[in-house]
Design a protein around this ligand. Structure first.
Ligand SMILES: [Zn+2]
Length: 402
């Protein structure tokens, strides 16, 4: 008894020391940095190498439809470009970024099914970074499909409560602004050639500015679905609006098109049937975000596609359309908009919530003028003020401020 009595405080002190040490070292230590990614080999054997300072723990799994290999690492920082790159050999292309706090993810889109023949770390000598090496070999679809397991992804999709609900400030309308893409989903890379930016960066920068302008009015409380370069599933984004009893949900994006001449903003609302072919294709691209990011939606995709749309009440859709037309009016005064600025399609991010929602494509990153303007504060201010005007008009029509 005596010895255990003496042990407890000692253990306690020991724990405190350890905790202090951990806290201090966490504050000081930056995450390992990936400084290069290289691919070598051909269509039968391909090697994927990451140069990395320090050796974070990693694990891999595979996903089908389309075939992908996912590599999850302890959180790392990236010093190898904007978030997506073209592959070689068995790898079609790859994307990388922060998946959840503490976990970074690389998704390899495959040209054919592969098996991971080997994965190992080569320690760097003389101050050189370590090399994390993955060797892939071509295999059959049957063998590839047999090896699929991704329990973590499924669990995270279901348990998607990353943003805690907050109580809205009294009298203020709550607007959720959703910066499209993020983490290992860079969005469209149409702006890379023009000014080296990916969609996820444009949407983040513009959204922060929109938040600032809306909140400066004193009439709105604004919640961002993400406030850093991190991945969020489409459904989690709309859930942020739902959980916070938002009055409006605005998803912010920037478009890409094969013709570099096309420019201007478009506002989209949700419908079962797309307003036109272009809107349908755009929705299909934006809806791919979860697939691109290596999330195994499994049956959930069917649920999102088939059931959630029924939950959106007609009234919510009417309100969405009303806000969209207010916003179209204001954006036309502020920036260049497409000729048909109001369109609709089946965007997953707008589905399944009881909050009036629109998706704004602010312009085209494949157009050099749009790409340049969209990263300028002046343009972002114009967009922010247009959203503020539109929100004021919309709420004045629909509700009295309380
Ligand atoms: Zn987008």
């Amino acid at each position: 008894m005596v010895s255990s009595y003496r042990c407890v405080p000692l253990k306690f002190i020991y724990c405190v020391v350890i905790l202090l040490f951990m806290t201090t070292s966490n504050l000081v230590a930056a995450p390992p940095e990936v400084s290069a990614a290289r691919i070598g080999g051909d269509g039968t054997k391909t090697r994927f190498v990451l140069e990395i300072s320090g050796s974070p723990a990693f694990r891999t799994f595979s996903l089908a439809n389309p075939n992908r290999i996912v590599i999850d690492l302890d959180e790392v920082s990236w010093d190898i470009g904007p978030g997506g790159a073209v592959g070689k050999g068995l790898i079609k292309n790859y994307r990388y970024g922060l998946y959840t706090p503490g976990t970074s993810r690389i998704v390899l889109d495959l040209n054919s099914p592969v098996k991971i023949a080997n994965s190992f770390v080569i320690k760097g000598k003389g101050g050189k970074p370590d090399r994390l090496v993955f060797d892939f070999e071509k295999t059959t679809q049957t063998i590839f499909t047999k090896g699929i397991s991704s329990p973590v992804a499924r669990a995270q999709a279901v348990n998607s409560a990353r943003t805690p609900a907050t109580t809205p400030s009294r009298g203020k309308k709550v607007i959720v602004i959703d910066p499209g893409h993020g983490g290992h989903d860079p969005g469209n890379l149409g702006g890379i050639k023009v000014n080296g930016i990916s969609e996820k960066n444009v949407t983040m920068s513009a959204s922060r500015n929109i938040k600032r302008i809306l909140e400066a009015s004193g009439r709105y409380k604004v919640i961002l679905t993400r406030d850093r370069d991190i991945f969020l599933q489409l459904r989690e984004r709309s859930l942020v609006a739902h959980r916070n009893n938002a009055d409006l949900f605005i998803s912010i994006h920037a478009d890409a098109f094969r013709s570099p001449n096309v420019r201007g903003a478009t506002i989209y609302t949700l419908t079962g049937k797309a307003s036109d072919r272009e809107a349908e294709l755009l929705a299909a691209r934006e809806n791919k975000a979860d697939v691109i990011a290596g999330v195994d939606l499994g049956d959930e995709q069917d649920i999102v596609q088939n059931i959630l749309i029924d939950l959106v009440k007609q009234e919510t859709m009417n309100l969405s359309n009303r806000f969209a037309s207010e916003l179209s009016k204001e954006l036309k005064k502020a920036i260049t908009v497409r000729k048909r600025s109001l369109r609709s399609a089946g965007f997953v991010v707008l589905k399944g919530i009881d909050v009036p929602s629109v998706l704004v494509e602010m312009g085209y990153l494949t157009n050099s003028t749009d790409a340049r303007l969209l990263m300028q504060k002046e343009t972002q201010d114009k967009i922010g003020r247009a959203i503020l005007e539109a929100a004021d008009n919309y709420f004045a029509q629909n509700f009295a401020f309380n």
